[in-house]
Design a protein around this ligand. Sequence first.
Ligand SMILES: [Zn+2]
Length: 228
Amino acid sequence: MNLMTLDFASAQDSHDGCDDASHNHAAHDNTAHHHAPAAKPAVPEEVQEAIRTLLRFAGEDPSREGLIDTPARVGRAWLEYCQGYREDPSVHLTRTFEEVGGYDEIVLLRDIPFQSHCEHHMAPITGKASIAYLPNNRVVGISKLARVLHGYARRLQVQERLTAEVAQCIWDHLQPQGVAVVIEAQHGCMTGRGVCTPGVGMVTSRMLGCFLQDASSRREVMSLMGRG
Ligand SMILES: [Zn+2]
């Protein structure tokens, strides 16, 4: 059958997927960098003091040398982790293409890596999402699906809501025949504390339209996602 399935690695453009804050650490700390670094956002003193309070609470001494710049770094890191609050993910779906050469099969972007943070512990959620839709004349550039995901992931989340928000955004703005989103992720609040279960992934899915109503369509998309 005809289908368009792309693994994320073959579809990403230069910026999609670059979520690793450690890249930015490296750039900030490298004073010999050739390009002028982007101006660092200011971190208000009350925010830095809150981080110092947390450090003391955890048993640290915020005045020791290695921690002097940590409150400002943490503040800037959280601006990045929560960048989605200053963004409307649906903007990525405004530019659509109607000339699709009669293509009327499932479009799937598979295994998109992402990072988010849980709203219960502010701990990292790391995982992969597969996003599929069955177009209704309109398609978007494939990397836009990843941008929608990151727009919602860069907020405090619970995995169920993240899954539902990505699906609903595509449903509302592309008006396709169906949307399927499956997310598998590990939660830092489970792997690093509490029950300490590294390696255990949580899977959530949201099906809309034909993938919700028609069992054979759902089987087809789940099998394309490698979950058949
Ligand atoms: Zn949590």
